[in-house]
Design a binder for this molecule. Structure first.
Ligand code: GLU
Length: 408
């Protein structure tokens, strides 16, 4: 998907063949074995990957994912998207992504800690605050980042907070980082609502996913007065035309781990939920959930792509032709996380802490300006929004590469 998107945009930009090849391939692909002692005394070997898409504009930046489906191809695609995301937001980073193929829900905290520390040790020759800065992604969280920072700092002989972002606040994490991705999805959706002349208090939203992104998308949209009528996670989907009480659902999930069984809403089919009528549809879970067979049946006015790659290329072709849907591309829509990661890295390098108000206001300013830039580039060049965002990003990277020149 990432490569076919790249080719389409590179054709539009008429990128010269040499620059095109240099922009397309990752700089480094690192695969390591991660042996750990399980709690039952046996030894298990996991496979970990890190792809560094390029270092032309600064250290690579991006998450570390723990999921059974992780493989090097997926990680490479996600690194390429991170690369475009950082360039689009004009952050001084290349794109990186990493992952370990494992099922974190079946591992104890001790096993997760040993796996994270061993993976970090294996990565030490390839990472650093000026080389590669990891962050949370699917299946990882601020505790994972704390273990990475501790392992790296112990190895260095001094505290190096800038080695990861998305750390706990007590360890020089940034205020606002936990909610940043979902906050950005909701904030951009509200800008899209105002473009369409829809008032927040009369708007409805369907959110797929109740992990970090889905949760804070729901919390922020609800705080704007938007009614959350549908929400799903891996356990099922909930529906209430009167609106789901997100705070009550959050409390239910902290006791029951999943949304299914929440008494104050009806249980519905999670796939069918995606095609129900709403103003904002926000897929905030895994990739590829909107495809050729459901894209034509979407009944939303705004498609806010909180997940990375939630629509397949076939679905994109269908959605592009539908002028009844305003689509917010993923590399913009979910960029709140990496933007506040950048703020965290800057704060760490300066040994300084900003307030949550400062962080969120800087985040909103950056997201709003980039949204307008994507919209006007799309209008000027008659492009779909996704291509517009990618074209801005890829030309930023291509310009940096051609101006730096080719070594030697
Ligand atoms: N994993 C997040 C993403 O896909 C955040 C990356 C970061 O903060 O570096 O954008």
């Amino acid at each position: 998907m990432a490569v076919s998107q790249f080719d389409r945009v590179a054709d539009f930009l008429k990128l010269p063949a040499d620059i095109r090849e240099r922009c397309k391939w990752p700089k480094r692909i690192i695969t390591v074995t991660v042996p750990i002692r399980r709690d039952d005394g046996t030894t298990e070997v996991f496979f970990g990957h890190r792809v560094q898409h390029h270092l032309t504009r600064g250290p690579v930046k991006g998450g570390l994912r723990y999921h059974p489906d992780v493989n090097v191809g997926e990680v490479a695609a996600l690194a390429m998207w991170m690369n475009w995301k950082c360039a689009l937001l004009d952050l001084p980073f290349g794109g990186g992504k990493g992952g370990i193929s494992c099922n974190p829900s079946e591992m104890s905290d001790g096993e997760l800690e040993r796996m994270t520390r061993r993976f970090t040790m294996e990565m030490i020759p390839f990472i650093g605050p000026e080389i590669d800065v990891m962050a949370p992604d699917m299946g990882t969280n601020e505790q994972t980042m704390a273990w990475i920072m501790d392992t790296y700092s112990t190895h260095s002989g001094h505290l190096v907070p800038s080695i990861v972002t998305g750390k706990p606040i007590s360890l020089q994490g940034s205020a606002g980082r936990t909610r940043a991705t979902g906050h950005g999805v909701a904030f951009l959706s509200s800008i899209a609502l105002s473009k369409l002349g829809i008032k927040e208090e009369s708007a409805t939203a369907i959110i797929q996913g109740f992990g970090n992104v889905g949760l804070y998308t729901a919390v922020t949209l609800a705080s704007y007065g938007v009614k959350i009528i549908g929400i799903s996670d891996a356990s099922g989907a909930l529906w209430s035309q009167d609106g789901i009480d997100i705070h009550a659902l959050r409390a239910y999930v902290s006791d029951h781990k999943v949304i299914s069984g929440f008494p104050a809403a009806e249980s519905i089919d999670p796939n069918e939920m995606l095609t129900r009528k709403c103003d904002i549809l926000a897929p905030c879970a895994v990739g590829g959930v909107i495809h050729a067979s459901n894209a034509g049946r979407l009944d939303c006015k705004i498609l806010a792509k909180g997940a990375n790659g939630p629509t397949t290329p076939d679905a994109d072709l269908i959605i592009e032709k539908r002028d009844d849907i305003l689509m917010i591309p993923d590399i913009l829509c979910n960029a709140g996380g990496v933007t506040v990661s950048y703020f965290e890295w800057v704060q760490n390098l300066q040994r300084f802490q900003w307030t949550e108000k400062e962080v969120i206001s800087k985040l909103e300013t950056k997201l709003h300006a980039t949204f307008e830039q994507v919209m006007s580039y799309a209008a000027k060049h008659k492009l779909p929004k996704r291509m517009s965002a990618q074209a801005i990003a890829i030309s930023t990277v291509a310009n940096a590469k051609s101006t730096r020149g080719l070594f030697p």
